[in-house]
Design a protein around this ligand. Structure first.
Ligand code: TPP
Length: 242
């Protein structure tokens, strides 16, 4: 059924509720088909963890000529909030492609550090790319996953990492990275050593991978330029390859 019809019919039958997810976005729910309370209680398990904006600020402090690729949505807003930079490549789409793009850049620019900052949902979508990273194993590539256990940008639906974050048997991204062959892969829990993780992501021989537990919730929207050609052109110009 068409969404609008579905929604009207649902309201008429009293079977819908309008709820605001913890991220503040209102959503329509049909009890039974989609369980907002289940999602919200899972997200409650992610209420501990680091502040994403603070993590990204620390990752990018004094960044010099480091190249930064951000997964779509919140990570792209995070790197822009830390200070827009022509050497930022924030993705507006291409979910799952942040690590492959970072890998290509790392291989093409072996003299520069390349840092990919992305979300757990985006990482899960491109999870096979970790195996492709491990084969050439570029020493200049680092991958930071901001793990909030949900697809924050689209309303906070629980991702496969959520149950693990609650202490259950969910997906362990660092273990997948290690299994792929990335030896320097760490899981930084809510009380983990963020300083050590930031130091490794910025300077340790790569490839480095860190899944960092962050609290749910995004900061104010700070959007990068929206035009892909503009982002690509200024990135290439700053690299000196335009
Ligand atoms: C192929 C594809 N599927 C779904 C989407 C919709 N989408 C955009 S952002 C996003 C959530 C990203 O979640 P995550 O990477 O965990 O980042 P968060 O916002 O939670 O930090 C989704 C599902 C999309 N843009 N492309």
């Amino acid at each position: 059924m068409h969404d609008a019809q579905y929604s009207r019919a649902g309201h008429a039958a009293g079977s819908y509720e309008i709820a605001a997810l913890p991220c503040g976005r209102p959503m329509n729910f049909r009890p039974g088909a989609f369980q907002p309370r289940a999602i919200c209680s899972r997200l409650a398990g992610m209420s501990d963890g680091f502040d994403r904006r603070d993590v990204v600020r620390r990752l990018l402090a004094g960044r010099g000529t480091m190249l930064v690729v951000a997964g779509l949505g919140s990570p792209a807003w995070d790197i822009t909030a830390a200070g827009d930079d022509p050497l930022n490549l924030p993705l507006w789409g291409a979910m799952g492609a942040a690590v492959p793009i970072g890998l290509g850049l790392a291989l093409a620019q072996p003299g520069r550090r390349v840092l990919v900052i992305t979300g757990d949902g985006e990482m899960l979508m491109g999870i096979g790319s970790l195996a492709t990273v491990a084969i050439p194993a570029p020493a200049n590539l680092a991958i930071a996953v901001l793990n909030n256990g949900c697809y924050g940008e689209t309303g906070g639906q629980a991702s496969h990492t959520a149950r693990r974050a609650e202490g259950g048997a969910g997906v362990d991204l660092a273990a997948i990275a290690r299994g792929a062959g990335i030896g320097a892969a760490i899981d930084v829990g809510a009380n983990g050593d963020l300083d050590a993780a930031v130091a490794a992501l910025r300077g340790a021989p790569g490839p480095v991978f860190a899944s960092i537990r962050i609290r749910q919730g995004a900061g104010p929207l700070v959007l990068p330029p929206r035009d892909g050609a503009t982002l690509k052109d200024r990135f290439r110009a700053a690299l000196g390859v335009a």
